[in-house]
Design a protein around this ligand. Structure first.
Ligand code: APR
Ligand code: PHB
Length: 394
């Protein structure tokens, strides 16, 4: 080792979870260093979901990163479910006693958090290689990495593993100490981003016999659309025209007619997976966000769950330093997991309801149609969807 450093909390990963945690800790007067394996351009290049729950909006505000979201984000008070050739509105706002969601892309959230961190002069090591975690089962944890060919060791009180599903943090936990739960869905989402006005001012989730489709947006002039595709499909196989034709077929006639098409800015396929690792803490290592759990994107819970985790973690660490209380730290895993499993259930249910599975068949389709009919005509059922969609309290 030719260089040493010291901080209170070493954060592995500069995705939305790591950056938001760093910002919340800074507000609480707790020091952090973020160690990220890629450069900031790579981190910003990944396009992910774009619906923020009120809890996430509040955390971004609390972190001091909410200004542009407040100015440019689109508050939504409802969603539409499309099936049987017609759309049905779910009044999220009315059914939840006044809660709404904010449509604002994860890329923009990440950009705002990066700018905030840079403006505050808080340390982030981009392009760190060979990142490894040490000593978190004892009193002296550290994170080692190389950067520009030199080796570093960052000593810290705690490590926050915010390095996503493929990160090193979860893999550093001793075998046998982790229990994992997983379901891989037999299809993917083909997504297209285009500089075209959204087809509707609210999101449309469509159940169609050809497969699921989703109409979302990033702004009044930029749209994000998805169609369910097979797991082994390739984005390159889809021309823009083929994508638009397929999307149109899966919408009701009015939406199909209103759809404005244009060249794709981005086109990619995402697999769908449910995954949870338990517990979320080992000694002085905490897992947060995608490092600990994955949800399928139906319902856009991924970023919101990550934000919830780091909201609880920041509060727990603040209590540790300020009040000398470890109650939050000791309860972190259990508190997060309760919320995580509820979001896992919702995401799994919404995915199961809206997609065509290999085994769906004619009977399965009738069951989905009957459930959707019940959902949009029963206030109790609509309310259950609405309160999960806008997000459960922290
Ligand atoms: N060392 C350092 N950094 C790493 C390592 C490593 N070994 N492995 C991964 N990383 C970095 C990645 O490059 C990435 O920038 O960790 C970051 C993890 O970011 P995300 O994958 O975005 O995960 P998270 O911050 O938990 O975000 C939550 O919200 O919409 C959802 O699933 C979506 O990314 C999303 C999530
Ligand atoms: C998106 O805008 O990318 C998005 C929106 C809602 C979802 C999933 C993705 O449920």
């Amino acid at each position: 080792m030719n260089s040493f450093g010291k901080t209170q909390v070493a954060i592995v990963g500069a995705g939305p979870a790591g950056l938001l945690l760093g910002a919340l800790l800074a507000k609480a007067g707790v020091e952090s260093v973020i160690v990220e394996q890629h450069d900031s351009g790579y981190v910003l290049g990944r396009i992910r979901a774009g619906v923020l729950e009120q809890v996430t909006v509040d955390l971004l505000d609390a972190a001091g990163a909410g200004a542009r979201m407040r100015a440019e984000g689109l508050p939504h008070q409802g969603i539409e479910l499309c099936f049987g050739g017609a759309r049905h509105r779910i009044d999220l706002h009315g059914l939840t006693g006044g809660t709404q969601v904010m449509v604002y892309g994860q890329t923009e959230v990440t950009r705002d958090l990066m700018q905030l961190r840079a403006a505050a002069g808080l340390p982030t090591v981009y392009e760190a290689r060979q990142v490894s975690l040490h000593g978190f089962d004892g009193a002296r944890p550290s994170v080692r990495y190389t950067h520009g060919g030199a080796a570093y060791e960052l000593h810290c009180d705690f490590i926050a593993g915010c390095d996503g599903y493929h990160g090193v943090s979860r893999q550093s936990v001793p075998a046998g100490a982790l229990k994992t739960f997983e379901r891989v869905y037999p299809f993917g989402w083909l997504g297209v981003l285009s500089e075209t006005p959204p087809v509707s001012h609210e999101l449309i989730y469509s159940n169609h016999e050809r497969g699921f489709a989703l109409c979302s947006m990033r702004s009044a002039s930029r749209s994000r659309y998805y169609v369910q595709c097979s797991s082994d499909d390739k984005a390159e196989r889809w021309s823009d025209d083929a994508f638009w034709d397929e999307l149109r077929r899966r919408l009701d006639p009015a939406a199909a007619e209103a759809l404005v098409t244009g060249p794709s800015i981005e086109k990619s396929i995402a697999p769908l997976r449910s995954f949870v690792a338990e517990p979320m803490r080992f000694g002085r290592l905490f897992l947060a966000g995608d490092a600990a759990h994955i949800v399928p994107p139906t319902g856009a819970k991924g970023l919101n769950l990550a934000a919830g985790d780091v909201g609880l973690l920041a509060r727990a660490l603040e209590e540790h330093y300020r009040d000398k209380s470890d109650a939050g730290i000791d309860g972190y895993s259990e508190r997060c997991l309760r919320r995580v499993w509820r979001a896992e259930r919702f995401s799994w249910w919404f995915t199961s309801l809206m997609h065509k599975f290999p085994e769906t068949g004619a009977f399965g389709q009738k069951m989905q149609a009957a459930e959707l009919d019940y959902l949009v005509h029963s206030q109790a059922a609509s309310t259950a969807l609405a309160e999960n969609y806008v997000g459960l309290p922290l």
